[in-house]
Write a protein that binds this ligand. Structure first.
Ligand SMILES: *Cc1c(COP(=O)(O)O)cnc(C)c1O
Length: 397
């Protein structure tokens, strides 16, 4: 089939929830993707911050193939070895005491919200809790996660959403304090806002939230679905802030391509869940957790966190240089390999031109370019990316 035939068919058969780019991707190798015509693309999107290890990592693929031959799925009514190993690795890496594996990020948020509500219910015997979430945040597309997502454009058509959710201004402690009352059960925040435009939290803000939560026995939930798993240079972004949450949500790079998410919690919060309170058929199955295990093993083996720290300084500097040279760029912000360039104009045109020149980048909102490459990206490949970007900026200026 020709590329155009695939596209026509896709537009006829798939629900039209995306305006897709005219690309039919066929295979991946390292940090490169190939379309059905064999054209190669340097990938600075990584399937939206997913493919940390790059495409086609041999050890990762081998681990998955072995697990497929052994046991793909068994229900959570029984124990399985990969899930236990993955639980050990996840709790150790995240500093949490217990974990629940899900199939996606949005489900990790659903579980975190349910756990916070149950913690409050257990304590007060009342089901009237409230969660404070942040404006411009993004937490997923299922109804519970949408309810705590602070962007009206995603929510509007789907009201009424779940109740007991209020919003405060990100990086404004006073705004959060103004929303706290005796019914507040949790505060939910992304340490680095992703979809909202690559805004890192200020250290004083997270520290202030931690103190507030400690004082009032409110659970602090970090959504590290995008910023976690090494993306900002530490396994979880909170480590660099020195602020530990009570509940953490993870997904995206957790499976590096296999759909898996997780929410972990410290003992006092985790204990609120009793048998029957939460469940999932696929969540934490042997295949998904075999992926999680291999991901954690390879991060260590490849010394990936050290690499991320090294190359992210380089990426920051390269993007800062572009900003200095081109007045159409108004801001560079982010943390580690999670960077954004804000433009005076919308960025879709730049994205299309980049694609033409063999570079895949994505946006975060209308006027921010988002850089979330595979964590194995090298300085040389960063140079290749900036060269393409600069050639586009030169044409435009
Ligand atoms: C992607 C994302 C989600 C949703 O994850 P899905 O796997 O798409 O459901 C939630 N929160 C943040 C911060 C994300 O980046």
């Amino acid at each position: 089939m020709e590329k155009q035939e695939y596209i026509t068919k896709a537009e006829a058969l798939l629900m039209h929830t995306y305006n897709r780019y005219q690309l039919v991707l066929d295979k991946g190798e390292g940090v490169y993707l190939y379309d059905t015509d064999g054209k190669s693309y340097l990938d600075f999107a990584a399937g939206i911050a997913v493919f940390a290890l790059g495409y086609g990592n041999e050890k990762y693929n081998k681990a998955l193939k072995e697990q497929i031959d052994k046991l793909l799925h068994t229900s959570n009514l029984y124990y399985n070895v990969p899930a236990v190993n993955a639980a050990e690795k996840f709790t150790k890496a995240s500093g949490m005491d217990r974990v629940f594996f899900t199939n996606s990020g949005t489900e990790a948020i659903e579980g975190a919200v349910k756990l916070a509500r149950k913690y409050y219910y257990k304590k007060h015997g009342r089901a009237d809790s409230e969660i404070i979430s942040m404006e411009h945040s993004f937490h997923g597309r299922s109804l519970g996660a949408l309810s705590v997502t602070g962007q009206p454009k995603y929510r509007e058509a789907f009201e009424p959403l779940i109740g007991g959710t209020v919003f405060a201004e990100f990086n404004n402690l006073e705004s959060v304090m103004n929303q706290v009352n005796e019914r507040t059960c949790a505060i939910l925040v992304e340490p680095v806002q992703g979809e909202g435009g690559l805004f890192p939290a200020k250290e004083a803000f997270l520290k202030g939230l931690r103190a507030l939560c400690d004082q009032k026995d409110i659970l602090l939930i970090f959504d590290e679905i995008q910023c976690g798993m090494g993306r900002t240079g530490t396994m979880f972004a909170y480590e660099a802030y020195g602020v530990k949450p009570d509940i953490i949500a993870s997904a995206k790079a957790l499976g590096c391509g296999v759909p898996v998410g997780a929410f972990g919690a410290v003992e006092k919060a985790a204990n609120a869940f009793l048998p029957g309170d939460h469940g999932t058929t696929y969540g934490g199955n042997p295949f998904a957790t075999a992926a999680v295990n291999k991901v954690f093993e390879l991060y260590e083996e490849m010394n990936l966190l050290t690499h991320v720290k090294e190359v992210s300084d380089y990426l920051e500097h390269a993007l800062d240089t572009l900003k200095q040279k081109y007045s159409i760029i108004t801001d560079r912000r982010g943390k580690g390999l999670m960077q954004g360039l804000e433009f005076k104009c919308t960025v879709n045109d730049i994205i299309l031109k980049a694609m033409d020149k063999g570079l895949i980048i994505i946006s975060a909102g209308a006027n921010v370019l988002r850089f979330v490459p595979p964590l194995i990206i090298t300085k040389e490949q960063i140079d290749d990316m900036t060269a393409v970007l600069e050639s586009i900026l030169l044409e435009n200026s």
